[in-house]
Design a protein around this ligand. Structure first.
Ligand SMILES: Nc1ncnc2c1ncn2[C@@H]1O[C@H](COP(=O)(O)OP(=O)(O)OP(=O)(O)O)[C@@H](O)[C@H]1O
Length: 578
């Protein structure tokens, strides 16, 4: 329960309980000197009032004080160790746990949540949670437990004086409880404004070139300034909304000392209370409120933690894409059977799409922009699950297969090439991490990477910057093709694979691709009809429906063929070059 409520890892929850226990113990031991002091004073007063009574033995009290001091040191050390030292590491564990969850989520989730929001949860919320559970939560729980115990002891000792000291507690807690709703709302508002700033900054950094080229830097920075101002104001409002009730509650607690003094004096005057009991209560109230005051000071952070935990839960409670790790299809025919799909409950992007892409053949998906070609290719690799109908490979419904097991059989070259800020060698090797250097070189040669790599200062060991920023579009695409060649998977998805290449390079890469594609199931998405004329099968997707399918020659023979119209249109606009 604790684990779920505070989004802790299993180990984090265990260590937190241990930390809270030692914190309560340390608080209780802190009260022990007051007990010894009361007893010593009582014995001395007895001796002063009645000299016939013996002077109390100093040694015994000194020994008790020494033992208590040692106990205090020990419990303080244990509290420190089991909270500050041990709980650290929770953020690392939590980040790994969240990353594991993210790994299993469908891509639709990443479409819904923006990147800064996820980064903030994984970096900031996890760090805040760790800090709270190392510094504050054990203190809070420990103080709660020790306060309850001490309150019970006080009530048993003298209930009237106990009530005089304790009545302020529930009222202080009520003040905080009543202000919670408003604090929650202000805290959420602050987080939203901070996310706006993070989003704006990220967008500016990512699009700096485009913004400068459009001469929009000043306008953009002004907007960013406004976002920062709004976040600052939200911060002030949020802090005020928590500082006011916290200060009121703390001030209220001070009344407890006054009421103890007053009620004690009245009871003393009426002879209902012994002086020593009064004296002990006065000593207790000087210490009793200190931990509670400390807890009140950190109550705002507690509310922020609640918001952070809510965001972690929103990731953890997402439904992961699961499936069997065993994927042994009879062959690698990709079959779409009446598949209907929409992104996040939006409009239908694919409606009753049926076609088969056979193993050993090249199947080209063509059609007007927005027709659903990329979506269909991504459904085959289970980037998303179909709303209706079945996508299967070799007779196995892909929605029953674990995405990672499924993707072992896929090599992809998409329009948006993703490269890492690493060497060319490592970027290619991503296709098959256990490939030898020789295999990487061979794949690079086949994808026609050799010429540009040889011009690089460190050849294959050259780092290529974030997402290959130091390379041209064509070079980046060739690296991605080399990666696919190296992977040598039975199914190949090509989405405008040669779009960024000039004619000379395109011809060379087409040659490389043709050896990659031999005997594979190939699904090609292309806008340029020239690149798909040699395909075995054409599937024309228009408005999310299969408008027609067949061999290119068959479709070219039909009078009303959309494919034929597209070919003719591109010929007349000169886009078909040969
Ligand atoms: N991640 C997404 N979230 C929501 N809608 C999307 C997403 N990706 C694509 N779409 C929408 O789905 C429809 C089909 O897009 P898709 O990219 O599959 O078409 P396409 O035929 O490949 O287009 P193009 O030829 O222009 O690349 C479009 O209307 C597009 O706006």
């Amino acid at each position: 329960m604790l684990r779920e409520k505070f989004a802790l890892t299993e180990r984090g929850a265990f260590e937190f309980k241990r930390g809270a226990f030692f914190c309560a113990l340390a608080n209780l031991v802190m009260m022990a000197p007051i007990g010894v002091l009361c007893m010593a004073t009582n014995d001395y007063l007895d001796h002063l009032l009645d000299p016939s009574k013996p002077l109390p033995a100093l040694g015994g009290y000194l020994a008790a004080i020494v033992v208590i001091l040692l106990l205090m040191l020990l419990t303080q050390w244990l509290e420190y160790h089991f909270t500050y030292n041990v709980v650290y590491g929770e953020s690392a564990r939590k980040r790994i746990e969240l990353a594991e969850v993210l790994r299993r989520l469908p891509l639709s989730f990443f479409g819904r949540r923006d990147l800064s929001d996820l980064t903030t949860t994984i970096m900031k919320d996890c760090a805040d949670q760790e800090r709270m559970f190392s510094h504050i939560m054990p203190l809070l729980f420990g103080t709660g437990a020790s306060t309850i115990l001490i309150s019970i002891m006080l009530l048993l000792f003298n209930w009237k004086m106990a009530i005089a000291a304790l009545w302020v507690l529930p009222i202080a807690l009520l003040i905080i409880a009543f202000s919670r709703k408003s604090q929650d709302a202000k805290g959420q508002f602050l987080i939203d404004r901070q996310l706006d700033v993070a989003d704006g900054l990220q967008e500016y950094l990512e699009c700096a070139q485009e913004i400068t080229a459009a001469n929009q830097s000043e306008t953009y920075l002004e907007q960013l300034d406004q976002k920062i101002d709004r976040a600052e104001k939200a911060q002030i409002v949020s802090e005020l909304s928590s500082a006011v009730p916290v200060s009121a509650a703390q001030a209220f607690l001070k009344l407890g000392i006054a009421s103890t003094v007053l009620v004690g004096a009245l009871l003393l005057a009426s002879g209902e209370l012994e002086f020593m009991v009064y004296f002990c209560f006065l000593l207790v109230v000087t210490r009793f409120y200190d931990p509670i005051n400390t807890v009140l000071e950190v109550v705002t952070e507690l509310l922020n933690l609640k918001l952070g935990i809510k965001r972690m839960h929103s990731i953890e409670h997402e439904r992961p894409q699961t499936g069997s790790m065993e994927f042994e299809p009879a062959n690698h025919d990709i079959s779409f059977d009446n598949v209907t799909f929409s992104y996040e409950g939006g409009e239908k992007v694919l409606s009753n799409v049926s076609f088969v892409a056979k193993e050993g053949e090249v199947t080209a998906l063509v059609g007007p922009s927005g027709g659903g070609k990329s979506t269909a290719a991504k459904l085959a690799a289970r980037f998303w699950d179909a709303d209706d109908g079945v996508v299967s490979i070799g007779g196995v419904d892909v929605s029953t297969v674990d995405p990672e097991a499924l993707l072992v059989d896929f090599a992809q070259v998409f329009q948006d090439v993703v490269l890492f800020d690493d060497t060319i060698m490592q970027n290619i090797r991503l296709g098959r991490p256990d490939a030898t250097d020789e295999e990487v070189f061979a794949a690079a040669r086949a994808a026609n990477c050799d010429d540009f790599v040889s011009r690089m200062p460190k050849g294959y060991e050259t780092r290529i910057g974030e997402n290959g920023a130091l390379l041209s579009g064509g070079e980046r695409q060739r690296i991605s093709i080399a990666r696919a060649i190296l992977k040598n998977a039975p199914i190949v998805l090509l989405d405008e694979a040669t779009a960024s290449l000039d004619v000379e390079n395109e011809t060379k890469v087409q040659e490389a691709l043709s050896c990659l594609l031999e005997r594979k199931t190939v699904l090609v998405i292309a806008h340029r009809m020239r690149t798909v004329m040699s395909a075995d099968k054409i599937v024309v997707l228009d408005g999310g429906r299969v408008a027609e399918q067949g061999k290119p020659s068959e479709l070219m023979e039909r009078e009303d063929s959309l494919f034929k119209k597209m070919v003719e249109l591109q010929s007349s606009t000169g886009r078909i070059l040969n």
